[in-house]
Write a protein that binds this ligand. Structure first.
Ligand code: ADP
Ligand code: MG
Length: 266
């Protein structure tokens, strides 16, 4: 692992042990993500995407192999990692400001000073007038922006995004993709996104990792070519090379299904 590596998985395998015995979820994963890089994980349901994000977040240790964050082995959750999920998990009884401040409370750093940062992020993410409203008064897209503010306020170095846009309407989803890429890009943050939307993966990322299943493994890495990579997600979809890239990803996922008997790409 060198100085420019933000996170890495080394010879990593994970077995879940439950009532019905042990099942090998992912096997032999080697992955390094550079500082400031945006990487997407795509693959069929059950191929281990959420497992990999949980291991990166230090939520539980891998059965074998290593997780690295910056120059340090991961043995548990770290404030350097922020997590954003499909569900926003906002507390209904708290205002938007107080929801966005949850991470600060957990860290024990909530103060007048840090609440200014909360308000700054709400403003930056287009929620300036909504700080004293409650979650039920907000649309799905606005709620996810609150979840993003809550994540960014604690200043993580790495963001892990597990299908954060998949419950949203298409045009809201695309606006949010744009906002996330722009915001993380400006801050130089490292991000790993799990998505079942190939177009989203291609439009947002520097690199797309295609996973196969039974057990989960890295099947292919596709570097997103210029200029798609440096163009914002909505415009990137209109570029001449985009369709070809999409088809390449599609063919990889089809090959996963043909190999193991058809299932959906969810
Ligand atoms: P994905 O996010 O790609 O859909 P997951 O990481 O959720 O995949 O799951 C990978 C495999 O591990 C699947 O076979 C799933 O059934 C299994 N699995 C996930 N979580 C658990 C768990 N807590 N206990 C047992 N098996 C699990
Ligand atoms: Mg999942």
């Amino acid at each position: 692992m060198n100085d420019s590596t933000a996170l890495a998985l080394r010879r990593l395998s994970h077995v879940y042990v439950g009532d019905k015995g042990a099942s090998l979820a992912v096997e032999g994963i080697d992955l390094a993500v550079a500082k400031g890089e945006f990487v997407s994980l795509v693959g069929p349901s059950g191929c281990g995407k959420t497992t990999l994000l949980s291991l990166l977040a230090g939520l539980f240790p891998p059965t074998t192999g290593e997780v690295w964050l910056g120059g340090e082995r991961v043995f548990g959750p770290s404030p350097k990692v922020g997590y954003m999920l499909q569900q926003d998990y906002l507390f209904p009884w708290r205002t938007i400001r107080d929801n966005a401040a949850v991470g600060l409370e957990i860290q024990g750093t909530k103060s007048k000073e840090t609440m200014k940062k909360v308000d700054g992020w709400l403003e930056e993410l287009g929620l300036g007038g909504s700080g004293y409203r409650y979650p039920h008064e907000l649309s799905g897209g606005m709620r996810q922006r609150v979840a993003l503010a809550r994540t960014l306020v604690t200043e993580p170095e790495v963001l892990l995004l597990d299908e954060p846009f998949s419950a949203l309407d298409l045009h809201i989803k695309m606006q949010l993709e744009e906002l996330v890429v722009e915001t993380l890009g400006k801050l130089g943050k490292t991000a790993v996104l799990v998505t079942h939307d190939l177009s989203e993966a291609a439009a947002m990322s520097d690199r797309v990792i295609v996973l196969g299943r039974n057990p989960g493994h890295i099947r292919k890495e596709i570097a997103i070519p210029e200029p798609i990579r440096s163009t914002d997600p909505i415009e990137a979809r209109k570029l001449p090379g985009f369709q070809t890239l999409f088809e390449e990803l599609w063919a990889e996922l089809d090959a996963v299904d043909e190999g193991k008997g058809g299932e959906s790409h969810a």
